[in-house]
Design a binder for this molecule. Structure first.
Ligand SMILES: Cc1cc2nc3c(=O)[nH]c(=O)nc-3n(C[C@H](O)[C@H](O)[C@H](O)COP(=O)(O)O)c2cc1C
Length: 214
């Protein structure tokens, strides 16, 4: 029971403020507000316990909007995954689809994953990782899979949350990807599915989700 309260409290590191989105350069961003390491009586109300990292990738900005809103509500740190080659047009079926099929065919081969220039840095500092992922052909967008392929083992024992942005497809394939790539995570349920067309409602959707996950 204590553990459950801890999980919820860690994720609910709340500051329910909303403002315009900013751009990110791929490094872990520390929130401006300082958070105490140890819980106090007042922490019980604000729910701030443990440390949370938001990891996301975004090709057409929807996941960026979602991750930015989540960061505002949780005061978590944030890391944007950047592909090594920024000029790839993943929308081009002749590029994006073979990339995803290669991962599916050889998921254990590092050569299947597109190169990224983002390094995880200090994952050991975090108790919780929330992943914000675009869906590509029913799976997690390839560059984010690269990141988790490289660093998923370091997330062992951490609480793992998932938010997926898609055009219309449901998210089971992305959930399966997370479990494959972070085999020893402690998964928070449910995942949050935000349709691309509902991105502008993400503040409310995230607020409700944070109250629900366990
Ligand atoms: C390469 C690629 C493949 C996609 N495949 C699907 C799909 O199979 N089903 C779907 O509903 N949306 C699909 N989408 C749409 C994205 O999931 C959706 O637009 C999402 O909001 C993108 O997130 P982003 O703006 O953070 O990149 C695809 C988008 C891209 C770029």
């Amino acid at each position: 029971m204590k553990k459950l309260i801890f999980i919820l409290a860690a994720i609910f590191g709340l500051s329910l403020t909303v403002s315009a989105c900013s751009t990110h350069d791929g490094r872990i961003e520390e929130p401006e507000t300082e958070r105490p390491d140890e819980p106090s009586d007042s922490d019980t109300d604000s729910g701030i316990m443990g440390k949370t990292l938001i990891v996301y990738y975004s090709f057409t900005n929807n996941s960026h909007v979602i991750a930015t809103e989540l960061q505002k509500q949780t005061e978590a740190d944030m890391l944007r995954v950047e592909p090594a080659d920024e000029n790839v047009d993943y929308n081009d079926y002749s590029i994006g689809l073979p990339m995803m099929n290669l991962i599916k065919a050889h998921p254990d081969d590092p050569a299947s994953y597109p190169a990224i220039k983002t390094a995880a840095g200090n994952l050991g500092d975090y108790d919780n990782v929330i992943i914000v992922a675009p869906l590509w052909w029913n799976n997690m967008a390839a560059p984010l899979q690269t990141f988790l392929f490289k660093y998923g083992a370091e997330m062992e024992g951490k609480h793992i949350g998932l938010i997926v942005s898609s055009g219309e497809s449901s998210i089971e394939g992305v959930e399966a990807d997370v479990k494959r790539l972070i085999p020893k995570g402690k998964y928070l349920n449910p995942s949050l599915w935000i349709l691309r067309s509902h991105t502008n409602q993400c503040r409310t959707l995230i607020e409700e989700w944070l109250k629900t996950i366990h």
